[in-house]
Each structure stands twice: as C-alpha cells, then as structure tokens.
Design a protein around this ligand. Structure first.
Ligand code: GDP
Ligand code: GDP
Length: 478
C-alpha cells in the first residue's frame, strides 16, 4: 500500500499548484471524484524509491446553504479517513486567517499526523513568514513555494517519514521465530515462555479427546495491553453473576481461572488482568504481564483481544495480536471505550485498525463499552461462533470436494518451466482449535505461499469458518 498524503487548506493557498508539482513527473491523475465544491484529485507521485498517492481535497469554499463549517468538517474528515499524513497549507503572503484557525482545530481533533506548510514564501525571510502561524498550534511550519518548488522536497521527505509502515510489513512481526530483538515488551523469561509454548503446539490430532475438549465450557482469555478495560469487562461478565468456583494460585505468574455463567451458558475465564477477589468485587492487582498473556492465550479456546478506541492502535497491540495469530486460537476483538470516541472519530478508529491489524481479518470486531456492559452479549455470541468454527468437524469427503473445486477454479502454478505442476490429491482434517487441513499429493513443496492462502480462503468459505485461523499442511505421498 502506498502512503497517502492529503493536501488541505483554504481556497487559493496553492493546493493544486503543489498537487501538480508532486504529481507532475508522473503525469498521472488516477481518479477524479466529483467534489462538493470542486473535484477531488488523486494523483501518483514518487520520490526516489518511494511512491505515494496524493489527494487534493479541493477547497473549503463556503457553500451558500450549509455554510463553511459544514463543508470543512466534511472535507477534513474525508482527508483524514483516507490519508496517512495531512499537509495543511496556508498562504504566507495573505497571512494567518480565521479560517486557517478553524481548519487547524478540526485537524488537531482528528489525531492524524499534520504538517503545516506555509506557501508562497519565495523570496521571503523564513522567520518573518512563519511567526504568526505558530499560533495554529501545529508545531514548526515548513516553508515552501509550490510555484517555484522551494522546500517541496524537504516537505515531502518529512511527510513520508511520518507515514506508518505499510500494512504489508506487519506480518514481519509474526515471522517464523516470532521473537525479535526490537520487541520492547519481551524479556528473557517471556521469550522462554514463547519457545516452550511453541514446542507443545504440534500435538497429534485426537478426535475423541478434542470432542471432549469442545464439549467443556468455553475457555476465554481476555487479553490486551494495560488500561484497555480488561478488568472492567471481566467484572461485567462475572460481577453480578454467580461465581461458581474461584481458585487463588500461589504465584502471581499462574493464570487464575474463573468459572461463570451468563444467559444459561457456562464459561471459564482465564484472567490476565490480575484480579483479586475482595468481598464480592474483583480488583486489579497487577497491571500487565506478557508471560501471563501468553499462557492465557495458550490455555484458552477463544481469545478476546481488547483494544482501546480512545487511543491509537499501538505496537504493543499488534504484538499481542501477533501472539494470538501464532497460537492459532479462535479470536474475537473488542474495541472498547466506544463511548469515549465521537462519531467523527469512529471512522478513523476503524481505518486505523484496518491498516494495522489487517491480518486479523478472519475475526469479528465488536465495539464495546465495558463500563456499561454495552456490546458484551453480542461479543459472547461471536465467542460461540468462533468456538464452533475452531472445533468444526471437517469431513474428508467434503474437504476433498472443496479442494477439487478450488483446483478447478485455479490450479497451482508450475514452479519452473521444466518442472511438473504440484499435484494435490485429497485433504483430511489434522486438528482442531485451530482447524488443520492436511493435503496429500506430490511435489507439494513447490506450492507457493500465495496458493496456500488461496486454498485457506476456499476452505474457510466452504465450511463458514468465522473467527478462527486455519492451518494448511502438505504431505507428499511416498
Ligand atoms: P488552491 O485553490 O489552494 O488549489 O490554490 P491554487 O493552487 O489554485 O493557487 C491559487 C493561486 O496562488 C494561483 O494563482 C497560484 O498561481 C498561486 N500560487 C500557488 N503557489 C504559489 C507560490 O508558491 N507562490 C506564489 N507567489 N503564488 C502561488
Ligand atoms: P485493564 O488494565 O485492561 O484491566 O483496564 P481497566 O479495566 O482497569 O480499565 C482502565 C480504565 O479504563 C478504568 O479507568 C476504566 O474505568 C476505564 N474503562 C474501562 N472500560 C471503559 C469503557 O468502556 N469506556 C470508558 N470510557 N472507560 C472505560
């Protein structure tokens, strides 16, 4: 995904001039959308090796009926939803304008990265031209001349450096080792725990044992970084309900399991929030432990990943999401504190999630307010759906049929010109929670990763497996 830069500002500050300069060399307007007051232009640009997309948002021209405020809100909002970085352009010759202030306030509310650019500054002293714009509260302005090109390269450099890593880079955190030097939240003990966890992963599939496991109450782990609202959710779930059993282990490293009942259904909750029972209330004792989180994920059937809608998705959120993905556990996501973001911010939150956690696209996302118990029952519904998918029985005939339908739709590519095409013959189930599909055939080592993902999607569709990862393994016939 290319980074997206939006140009925002009053009419006549020089947005289209800058747009043309940024896209000129490529001469490529990729799409024109009929705008509200003017067209919105999307253009391709490139700086060195770095391609980008730039949007000229038109202008905040006052519209007779609805007024400039309305128009600005709309335009800014659109720019914010689509862009990674917003370049807010003001006119250095005209000076600071009341409308600039309104736009600045609007932009600040969005939480997006904003760069303030003072345009038309050719031949002017930087200190003079920028002074009054500090009042916008957007930090140091970058001084440019769109018409002459002065400062444009620096501006672009600055903008591209602010852009988040593209979504395609995310799975890097989830590479084979799963452990990286730059993972700030892990220490040696954590890493040991991850490695231990991984060794146990390939236990053989035992349908009888797994059926028993499926019949037991659903084991749920609520995980997430500190302060997202885990204890609040857990208290909501178990607070007014009968706590059937409670067991306080000796060390704080052991996960606590709490049984509870809701709407006539039994659950076991694996606590990662560090709760201690006091009287009838559970209070938090210890904020966050990676080891406990990893243990809880390993012990659970379904993991509830909790995010905080009032904060940006952080690297720590993504790391935890990565652990869940690696564990193969079923997953439901709770985007909590939904009450704390206004409707204006909600789209932004969703786009942020989409960009940073796109690898969780198999899971259901719920928007919750744990303090009021809002969205909690719907969340539990999805827990059931995910649990059912994780323990689904995938019969050999149906799996094999799904495999052949997929093969008819698109055969795996040949590896080299001389080599033969891989032959995929039949499929059977090799495990649950996560479901494992074992495919037998020949030359299967030549099946590319992309084709594996294609098959995964086909199996997922065929069996409606929602909320669980799916693993595919190949076994060459001898
Ligand atoms: P927009 O409405 O924000 O898209 O602004 P335009 O790009 O259409 O520019 C408005 C006017 O400002 C035009 O007459 C441009 O030629 C002029 N302009 C744009 N950039 C510069 C600049 O860097 N210096 C000067 N002096 N004029 C500029
Ligand atoms: P934990 O560290 O993940 O267990 O988070 P807590 O449950 O201790 O919650 C952290 C803070 O967020 C507390 O002040 C909660 O009252 C607050 N909080 C939790 N859920 C919500 C919610 O849905 N909306 C709002 N506005 N605040 C919440």
């Amino acid at each position: 995904m290319k980074p997206v830069i939006a140009l925002v500002g009053r009419p006549n500050v020089g947005k289209s001039t800058l747009f043309n300069r940024l896209t000129r060399s490529r001469d490529a307007i990729v799409a024109d959308f009929p705008g509200l007051t003017r067209d919105r232009h999307y253009g391709n640009g490139r700086m060195g090796e770095r391609p980008f997309l730039v949007i000229d948002t038109g202008g905040f021209e006052p519209v007779a009926k609805e007024g400039i405020y309305h128009e600005m809100a709309k335009q800014t909002r659109q720019a914010v939803i689509e862009a990674d970085v917003v370049i807010f352009i003001v006119d250095g010759r005209a000076g600071l304008n009341a409308h600039d202030q309104i736009i600045a306030d609007d932009l600040r509310k969005t939480g997006r990265s904003v760069i303030l650019a003072v345009n038309k500054a050719e031949g002017m002293r930087h200190a003079n031209v920028t002074a009054e714009f500090y009042m916008l509260g957007l930090g140091d302005p970058v001084v440019i001349s769109s018409a002459h090109g002065d400062g444009v390269r620096e501006l672009l450099d600055y903008a591209l450096d602010m852009v988040l890593p593209p979504v395609s880079d995310l799975p890097d955190w989830l590479d084979a080792s799963g452990v990286k030097d730059d993972m700030p939240i892990l220490n040696d003990a954590d890493i040991e725990a991850i490695l231990k966890n991984r060794e146990n992963k390939d236990e053989p599939f035992n349908p009888v044992q797994d059926a028993e496991r499926a019949a037991r109450p659903i084991k749920i782990a609520v995980v997430g970084r500190p302060n997202v609202g885990k204890s609040t959710l857990i208290n909501t779930l178990i607070g007014e309900e009968r706590v059937i059993a409670f067991d306080m282990p000796g060390t704080t490293r052991d996960a606590i399991e709490i049984e509870f009942e809701r709407a006539g259904k039994q659950y076991v909750l694996i606590d990662t929030a560090g709760l201690r029972k006091r009287g009838k209330v559970f209070e938090a004792i210890e904020k966050f432990s990676v080891v406990k989180t990893l243990q809880a994920i390993a012990d659970a059937n379904v993991v509830v990943l909790m995010l905080d809608a009032s904060q940006d998705i952080s690297e720590q959120d993504a790391h935890i999401a990565g652990f869940i993905l690696e564990s193969g556990r079923a997953l439901v996501v709770a985007v909590n504190k939904w009450d704390a973001v206004d409707s204006y911010e909600r789209d932004r939150v969703k786009v942020d999630i989409l960009r940073k956690l796109i690898f969780l696209d198999f899971a259901k996302f719920h928007y919750t307010t744990a303090t009021k118990g809002l969205g909690v029952d719907a969340l539990l519904q999805s827990v059931h759906v995910a649990h059912a998918a994780a323990f689904a029985n995938l019969s050999t005939p149906r799996l094999t049929r799904a495999l052949h339908t997929a093969l008819e739709h698109q055969a795996p590519p040949r590896k080299g010109s001389g080599s033969s095409r891989p032959k995929l013959r039949y499929a059977h189930q090799g495990g649950q929670n996560p479901p494992v599909v074992i495919i037998h055939g020949n030359s299967l080592e030549d099946v590319p990763e992309s084709y594996k993902r294609f098959l995964e999607g086909r199996f997922r569709d065929a069996f409606k497996l929602e909320g669980t990862p799916l693993r595919i393994q190949f076994k060459n016939s001898t």
